[in-house]
Write a protein that binds this ligand. Sequence first.
Ligand code: GLA
Length: 350
Amino acid sequence: MKSFAPGRVNLIGEHTDYNLGFVLPIAIDLGCEAIAEPSAVGRLTVHSRNRDETRSWDTATLAAAKPSGDWTDYVVGVARLIPGLHPIHLTVSSNVPTGAGLSSSAALEVSSALALGAGERGVELARLCRRAENEFAGVPCGIMDQYASVAGVAGAAILIDCRSLESRPVQLPPGVAIFAFNSMVKHDLGVSAYSERVRECAEASRFLGISSLRDATLAGAESIPDPTVRRRVRHIVTENQRVLDFVHACDRNDTPMLGDLFFASHHSMRDDYEISCPEIDFLVDTARQVPGIIGARMTGGGFGGCTVNLVEQSQAQQAAGTLRDLYHQKYGFHAEVYHVHPSAGARILG
Ligand code: GLA
């Protein structure tokens, strides 16, 4: 069995998924391919073409396997959840850059799950892969990445309600293109700061007497004594509203509003949620001056990775080049740019 699952770029709605709010990702035209072949030897063997590395586990004792703290956790985490897994030789290869906030791990989980024969589809498949990441890889993430990888729509973003787990396609105005700009930096804070944000939000929900920050209000946020937690809640409340406003602006083809919402989202991540970093702030501030760029913000978990830029289609190449030059002048990095297109979700290839 052969399968493919895409990475994603989140357009807007950051850190709202585990607060059961709204997100608006696109699945992208970069992804992971997984090929499963039967193996006679009672083992799950996984080969990564990217790393040229092969590892292997006894299928009979897979349930007791311990995480290795590397890429194999995403595969084994999923494999453990597939009842009666047969001995398989799995080959994976991906063109989603790692550590860039484009969900290389979700693409690996979802493509592996399909190739290994998981019976789940749609939201259930996304849930299974998220469980692998939460329980085995040890990242307390929400469902956005796996959902986008499973349920992406060609030509449209998807508005996901992370409480009901329903989604609907949302078209960007005609002539608006998207590029992700890889800052090439990933600050160490990553998983620990992510977990800290998850904890702060849970603490705030308890204080407010609600089951998730989906139901928080600005007035509620202002009643929180701890100024840090107060700011976290403010980000979640305003970010959820920005997602809905963004969708509304798409429906009205109000392109300037999309740009305003992108910048406002970034400022909220920078000041209230405190998950940005100087390189990313530079890229967002600089994007404002680049002709053709409509809006920019950090995308993904934070502390580096990519910005997502909305750009006039006719100026996309030039604008990305200008930004690359300015970034190189400032930090000396040769950044990678991905001109991405909203793409279909995971599929079995045969
Ligand atoms: C990571 C997580 C997602 C989501 C984003 C932030 O990508 O895996 O669940 O929380 O960060 O929006």
